[in-house]
Design a protein around this ligand. Structure first.
Ligand code: NAP
Length: 329
């Protein structure tokens, strides 16, 4: 029997890689987009023709219940969220409304529709926040440091409540930073790769960056979406920490990306203190032992190869003028 997967946030980075992965597995993939963001579909390129797309207001519980009854998904991957952390300070209430509200409404709609669907919640390492030790695992206390993380934590606990109280098959993937050529340009990994490509082509001559000493656990989105699927194939619903466990500094990120195009980064990079995040000194690195043991999940693409992939794609986009849309990777 063909399985149906429903993905919210299908037009995002993870939505793309997850859709592609599930289609390869023979799934019918249904993607949800916001009615006012039809233009985002262009980000999916030709993949969009293989998906069933519905434009749905995720804040409308009645519409959500009706949709679930109609689509009858066996699996739901809830990825939709404003994902750029610094933006969450501009409107903390809207962040909470979208992230916590949509998760709660989806969980309520699953119950209302009486579906035996499996539910994946896109949780974040940001929920760990003010950590006392590194790396973190599934037992590390949550001490969020920004409105995005607090909203994600609300959504996470709501998912746990539905699992405990109603026996719903619901899992949280607590994912560390994962990147790809599809990462939006405000994120530091993509910003650096795009700048390296633009400087190489003579389109730009410098890159402004915040704290070069900040460290992150960066992995490849294409690897991470596989763990989402693996979580929903287990006998029991559980939560998993997903990351590489390896920390790299922004300086290493910059040096590696510029090296991909044969440039010495020190000639082009300018530190701008206004771009420094206040919470950057906490070391967020994953201990994904549980995922390795239970899901047999392992990150495949190395840090260097990930950056090479991103820089080369941005070079190609700049050369052929497709910097914004229709990206194949
Ligand atoms: P992304 O590329 O920013 O995609 C986010 C998706 O959510 C897009 O489809 C976007 O639609 C949609 N969206 C944004 N604001 C929305 C709103 N107000 N209402 C409904 N939909 C909205 O993010 P991603 O990297 O794929 O991440 C997927 C999920 O994993 C997110 O929940 C993110 O918070 C979480 N996460 C990501 C990471 C990471 O490192 N990437 C780590 C941990 C957790 P448009 O395309 O129309 O903008």
């Amino acid at each position: 029997m063909t399985k149906t997967a429903l993905i919210t946030g299908v037009t995002g980075q993870d939505g793309y890689y997850l859709s592609r992965f599930l289609l390869q597995k023979g799934y019918r993939v249904v993607g949800l987009i916001l009615p006012q963001r039809q233009s985002s579909l262009a980000k999916l390129g030709s993949l969009v023709n293989k998906l069933e797309i519905y434009a749905v207001d995720l804040s409308d519980s009645r519409v959500l219940s009706g949709l679930l009854e109609q689509v009858q998904p066996q699996e739901i991957y809830h990825l939709a969220a404003p994902s750029f952390v610094p933006d969450s300070w501009n409107d903390p209430l809207a962040t909470l409304d979208v992230i916590a509200g949509t998760t709660t409404r989806l969980l309520m709609a699953i119950r209302q529709a009486g579906l035996a669907t499996r539910f994946y919640q896109a949780s974040s390492s940001e929920m760990f926040g003010q950590v006392e030790r590194s790396p973190q695992d599934e037992n590390t206390p949550f001490r969020p440091l920004n409105p995005y993380a607090t909203a994600k934590l609300h959504a996470h606990w709501t998912m746990v409540h539905y699992r405990q109280r109603y026996g719903l098959f619901a899992c949280s993937g607590i994912l560390y930073n994962h990147e790809s050529p599809r990462r939006p340009t405000q994120f530091v990994s993509r910003k650096v790769c795009l700048a390296a490509a633009a400087i190489k082509l003579g389109i730009s001559d410098r890159l402004e960056i915040g704290n070069l000493e900040a460290k992150r656990d960066w992995g490849y989105a294409g690897d991470y979406v596989e763990s989402m699927w693996q979580m929903l194939q287990q006998e029991k619903p559980e939560d998993y920490v997903i990351g590489t466990g390896k920390l790299h500094s922004v300086k290493e990120l910059v040096a590696t990306a510029f090296e991909c195009v044969g440039l010495d980064w020190t000639r082009y990079v300018v530190v701008n203190p206004n771009l420094v995040r206040s919470d950057e000194h906490f070391l967020l690195a994953a201990n994904s032992k549980k995922a390795k043991q239970k899901l047999q999940w392992q990150p495949q693409l190395s840090f260097d190869n990930l950056l090479e992939k991103m820089v080369l794609k941005d070079l190609e986009r700049l050369q052929n003028g497709t910097i914004v849309t229709s990206v194949k990777s």
